[in-house]
Design a protein around this ligand. Structure first.
Ligand SMILES: Cc1cc2nc3c(=O)[nH]c(=O)nc-3n(C[C@H](O)[C@H](O)[C@H](O)COP(=O)(O)O)c2cc1C
Length: 349
């Protein structure tokens, strides 16, 4: 194995981390394209099997010697509700406009792939960075990563979570503002969410915490990157900005909503997966507002056939279009063109 270059923020030629985006968006071409430009390319491996993780890392390492990040969700044990509620959850989906044509089944355990199994290929192929979302992994995982020279980042959405990340021994914090697309990184859904906007979160964290901070949420331009760097962030983690890049694995219907449904706004919903996530508003989000849903990620498996069917029949009203609040500034270009423009804007800001 080639000697691995240890990640340092100062080595980036642009302070950009292309965000991990679970569900097939992060292709080897996108990740390596960003890494080759001098940023960090990320894989969102939350739902990926160890075999697929292995394949993605092997392929990408052939395309770049730059910085790669492997990202995982920290899933919690799932307790399904009583039978009576499960039936109501089933009724909520079957009563949707074409719900009767879709097969729905209450999922059973295992509800997710074990993190230890997913991390096997990471320990073998050693991407420069590993990040975690939705909580803090077991400490031996953090220690193992660090012993291999892999830097560890963990998402925090408020001060208390950030302090826990510091205590856990991570190398950096990904501060996720309320504007962010995709799943909100809150650790415990039972606690109150202050829904802090990115700038407010950065001001709070930089006052108290000396660990490097990566800013995430609604960052679409080089001027945005300059703003968060001025607020003390070391880099900008950008997801939505890359969703329409030619290298991304974003579906045709998702791209269509991002580019052609700009009269809509985004909304936070837990109806697709069982956890709050931000996406472009659609009929499913509206219809499910007062309906019972299964816990995360059981609801994600439960709605999978509906989302698939919605996509096949090119009806984007029943599939998730994850996007940050500022998606209307999205660029329909290659990732190197996007990075090139962001770099110039950043330097001129
Ligand atoms: C389509 C999509 C999928 C996402 N999936 C993940 C993920 O798997 N892991 C993660 O840590 N963050 C995920 N996020 C959140 C990003 O890390 C980041 O917080 C967000 O993209 C920042 O907001 P922006 O989309 O406005 O740039 C996702 C975001 C999007 C848009």
């Amino acid at each position: 194995m080639l000697k691995m270059k240890v990640f340092a923020f100062n080595d980036l030629s642009v302070p950009i981390i292309q965000a991990p985006m679970a569900g097939g968006t992060n292709t080897p071409n996108l990740v390596s394209g960003v890494a080759n430009f001098g940023g960090v390319g990320s894989f969102g491996f939350a739902y990926a099997t160890p075999e697929n993780i292995e394949k993605s890392l092997v392929t990408t390492k052939k395309l770049t010697a730059g910085y790669i990040n492997s990202n995982f969700f920290v899933f919690k044990d799932v307790k399904l509700p009583e039978k009576e509620t499960q039936i109501k959850c089933l009724e909520a989906l079957t009563s949707l406009p074409f719900g009767e044509q879709v097969e729905f089944k209450i999922p059973s355990a295992p509800f997710f792939i074990s993190l230890d199994d997913q991390l096997g290929p990471v320990w073998d192929h050693r991407p420069a960075i590993v990040t975690f979302h939705l909580g803090i992994p077991n400490l031996p995982i953090i220690e193992k990563a660090k012993s291999l020279g892999i830097k560890v980042g963990i998402t925090a959405t408020n001060e208390l979570e950030a302090l826990d990340v510091v205590k856990a021994g991570a190398d950096f914090i990904v501060a996720q503002g309320f504007e962010a697309g995709g799943h909100r990184g809150v650790f415990d859904l039972g606690t109150h969410d202050d829904q802090l906007k990115l700038d407010d979160l950065l001001v709070k964290l930089t006052k108290k915490i000396s660990l490097p901070i990566v800013a995430a949420g609604g960052l679409m331009t080089g001027t945005d990157i300059r703003r968060v760097i001025n607020l003390g962030a070391k880099a900008a983690q950008m997801g939505t900005a890359f969703l329409c890049s030619s290298e991304a694995g974003t579906s045709a219907i998702h791209r269509d909503y991002l580019l052609n449904n700009q009269d809509r706004e985004t909304k936070i919903t837990n109806a697709f997966s069982g956890r709050p996530a931000r996406g472009i508003d659609n009929t499913f989000i509206k219809n499910m507002q007062n309906e019972p849903i299964l816990p995360f990620p059981a609801q994600n498996s439960f709605t999978a056939n509906l989302r698939k069917t919605s996509e096949i029949i090119a009806n984007g009203e029943f599939v998730s279009h994850w996007a940050g609040e500022n998606f209307k500034k999205i660029r329909n270009l290659s990732c190197s063109q996007i990075l090139h423009e962001l770099k110039i804007e950043f330097e001129n800001a």
